[in-house]
Design a protein around this ligand. Structure first.
Ligand code: NAD
Length: 101
């Protein structure tokens, strides 16, 4: 795959597969927005958290931005109500029409 794109949205971006995807796209120079609400911690407890991986990505790649939102919309950090629908919509719009924001 060699096509250059304006932005890449990676869901589950702090997880095993997602974080490797982030690395792939960031290293080829794409602007990457990752969506991950650390649901693993909510479901499986602190040892299962992927927050450490999120921090690594944020530190390493200036072209990576993290959104701590639920891909399903309607909820923010797993189990808590929040303003997620608007935040997530904005993320998608940034990728589709960055100049419009
Ligand atoms: N690991 C493998 O070998 C493998 C192989 C084939 C397919 N898959 C599939 O790829 C996907 C990811 O697998 P993985 O191994 O990277 O899992 P993972 O648990 O390491 O990562 C999943 C990430 O998604 C996040 N997440 C979960 N629900 C979320 C939600 N509602 N909103 C936002 N973020 C959420 C978690 O916090 C976690 O960081 C899964 O669907 C899995 O079935 C994995």
């Amino acid at each position: 795959m060699s096509r250059k794109v304006d932005g890449v949205l990676v869901t589950g971006s702090a997880g095993l597969i997602g974080s490797e995807s982030v690395r792939f796209y960031c290293e080829r120079g794409d602007r990457v927005i990752g969506v991950d609400n650390d649901a693993r911690r909510y479901f499986f407890g602190k040892p299962a958290s992927t927050a450490w991986n999120r921090r690594l990505l944020e530190r390493r790649y200036r072209n990576y931005r993290h959104e701590n939102v639920d891909v399903r919309g309607g909820r923010g950090r797993a189990g808590q109500d929040s303003e997620v629908p608007q935040a997530y919509q904005r993320t998608l719009m940034e990728i589709a029409e960055p100049e419009a924001l």
